[in-house]
Design a protein around this ligand. Sequence first.
Ligand SMILES: *[C@@H]1O[C@H](CO)[C@@H](O)[C@H](O)[C@H]1NC(C)=O
Ligand SMILES: *[C@@H]1O[C@H](CO)[C@@H](O)[C@H](O)[C@H]1NC(C)=O
Ligand SMILES: [Zn+2]
Length: 505
Amino acid sequence: MVGAGCCGGGGYAVAFVLLRATFFASIIMKYSLVAGLVFQGTVVLAELLPVHFKAPTAAHFIDIVRNDTFDFGCRPIAHPTDDGHFTLHALLTEEQIAHVSKEYEWMPEMSIHRQDLSKRAATAPIGTGNRFTTNAPVGLGTQASGATIASIMNVNEINSAIQALVKTYGVSTITLPNRTFNGATQVAAFVGAGTDKSAYHLYLSAGMHARERGGPDNLLYWISDLLAANKAGSGLTYGRKTYTNAQVKSILAAGIVFFPLVNPDGVAYDQSSGSLWRKNRNTRSGSSGSSIGVDLNRNFDFLWNFKKFFAAGETPASTSPSSEAFYGTAAFSEPETKNHVSIYDSFPKIRWFMDIHSAAGDILYSWGDDENQATTPTMNFLNAAYDGKRGPVGDTAYKEYAPSADITNIKNVAAKTVAAMKAVGGRSYSAIQAVGLYATSGASDDYAYSRHFADSGKNKIHGFTMEFGYSTNFYPTSSEFNQNILDTNAGFMDWALAAIAVGLE
Ligand SMILES: *[C@@H]1O[C@H](CO)[C@@H](O)[C@H](O)[C@H]1NC(C)=O
Ligand SMILES: *[C@@H]1O[C@H](CO)[C@@H](O)[C@H](O)[C@H]1NC(C)=O
Ligand SMILES: [Zn+2]
């Protein structure tokens, strides 16, 4: 699938600059990753390159996945290929490529492939002004077929887009309790179901991983489309997929809470540096280069302390500040994750949650810590008897419990979401269980679903992750950026419609 279909996958020539004492800001080029690491008095230049491994089974990748110095994007995912193999995408330096190539010399059935960057078009630009000081965003679903959006929203534009929706359509906002490390105030918004916050059942968030460009745009243009179509009494069109005005109205009536920019510090840094920055910008655990920042999607209170909860050797997150998957200093140690979950307290009847990420081409459904099982309720994330056993896929020591009705429902909703994305006419997406073949801890989707099991007084929330775009292709070209808007927006429509069909209460 990925091997055959991924034409655009990842195209950045990234310069990795290691310096001793001086930090030459002037050499920050458009695609440079400036690590700012101290390296014994020498200047070393290396490139961070999109690659994929290919092997007959996903198990072949297990030792690579366990090395938390490698960058696999949001989470390592093995994808089946048309010729019966599996691929695993990563961003590696030449040094890392040399290291793994040597390590796997003895295993000829495992190969490593570099993406061809030579034919790649320029990546979509970031907006330079502020397009939404007076006008609300206009999505692609309400524009003529073939219309395009010229640039990705900068941080100011994301904020002003929210305010423009307030002014134009009467959207309401909620200021979240904690300020980010760099002092940003975070705002979420809600629309469609009036002032009673217990009438809101859908929650979508974006911009958690800074470099995943276009995530906030996908969400804001979709909300803009719903509101414009509602006002005009019209439907929506995304490529070959169309929706009626009645469908638009039913989605709004379900009550939508949206949080388009979970990680403003990280996004501001990524947009100014072009450094493929993923984490937030907290410097408490490390103050230079890659040691800065916490991976927000490993910081939620779900099996956060993975050393205790997971089997030895499993790496669902990292304890190392320099890793892309650094889990922080405690569950919810970060203001951004605290703010993210404060929304569940403000809107106590949220039933369906979607976290928008890139880039893999998947819709992920629960659980992400191990395989699902519906037969042994006591085998669950709360039961200390299973500490040290969670994580490995394909074994019988542990599988995470979910009632079979839930599994049926979430698979159905995920399947409808990917069917809509495919029907747009661009590329195909896959619905897979979040664990894939490798576990994660502390992720937003699992946390959402876990709340009700941890405290039956809390509403049950079905958590999904959308991974739009081609594998490790965090900076889309202009054409990919626009295609991603069409694909994701149709996906959100059918995700919401399928959720409504399953039930909101
Ligand atoms: C991870 O990979 C690096 C090479 O990039 C290597 O030096 C290191 O030993 C590996 N770690 C483990 C635990 O295998
Ligand atoms: C969030 O704000 C509360 C109240 O001001 C404070 O006690 C808490 O430490 C903050 N947490 C984070 C992670 O910023
Ligand atoms: Zn992500």
